[in-house]
Design a protein around this ligand. Structure first.
Ligand SMILES: C[S@@+](CC[C@H](N)C(=O)[O-])C[C@H]1O[C@@H](n2cnc3c(N)ncnc32)[C@H](O)[C@@H]1O
Length: 217
């Protein structure tokens, strides 16, 4: 499926909106930041350390594609990044980039029971992760998370497993499709610097609120 990008934000507007939760230390290796904007624009000028690890859950062609502003080529900017990348992707759609390994997230639900996690610039080993899908307060209770009303909230425990498994202790964790900030929350809880980018201001608000609170796991 091909769609136009329904981006409401101009590039100027984006740069003015940068700086949510920015820490006083702007060294790219230690800073924590959530940026409101379009990753395709922001990534053109973002300075990142060599030990960056990208862990991200982008828009899919076959699920809430309009809400999440999916279009063919939305992942293309990742081709230029030399860092290790872990990219969630639907079990039904072709993955558009090359990769070194596929990992599986078992969501423990009968419908679309798993998602694939494609690894780029990494190793070729395989991992299986099993955690509840969080799409309701009930599911969130199973996962011991707090439901935040982003339709694709990932379990924090799953994201912590990925951060642990695929990064070094001092790695900066980058999520260019941050949503409600679950990857960032996992990075924060494990003591990693992180940068998140999210195009929807409502989701940024949720992410900021979550990152201000303690992780209850
Ligand atoms: C599947 S959701 C991520 C959910 C997240 N893992 C969580 O736990 O909340 C994908 C997110 O990417 C955002 N998005 C889509 N296109 C974007 C772009 N070009 N730049 C930044 N964010 C984008 C959408 O608004 C959506 O919140």
């Amino acid at each position: 499926m091909s769609q136009h990008r329904g981006n409401d934000l101009t590039t100027e507007g984006l740069s003015q909106d940068k700086g949510h939760l920015e820490s006083p230390n702007t060294d790219p290796i230690t800073r924590t930041e959530i940026i409101l904007g379009d990753s395709l624009e922001i990534m053109k000028s973002l300075e990142l350390p060599a030990n960056t690890v990208v862990i991200t859950d982008p828009p899919y062609p076959d699920y809430l594609a309009d809400e999440y502003k999916y279009f063919d080529g939305v992942l293309d900017f990742l081709k230029d990044l030399p860092y290790r990348q872990l990219i969630f992707w639907s079990c039904r759609a072709d993955f558009p980039l090359d990769y070194t390994a596929i990992h599986i997230w078992d969501k423990k639900v009968p419908t679309t029971p798993y998602e694939r996690i494609f690894e780029r610039n990494g190793k070729t080993h395989y991992r299986h992760f099993s955690d509840y899908l969080i799409n309701s307060p009930v599911a969130a209770q199973y996962a011991r998370d707090i439901f935040n009303e982003h339709p694709s909230q990932k379990p924090v425990r799953l994201m912590k497993k990925l951060v642990n498994e695929f990064s070094d202790p001092d790695s900066l964790i980058l999520d260019p499709f941050a949503g409600s900030g679950t990857t960032l929350l996992a990075a924060k809880d494990l003591g990693h610097p992180y940068i998140g980018i999210e195009i929807n201001p409502e989701y940024i608000k949720i992410a900021e609120q979550r990152l201000r609170q303690e992780v209850l796991l």
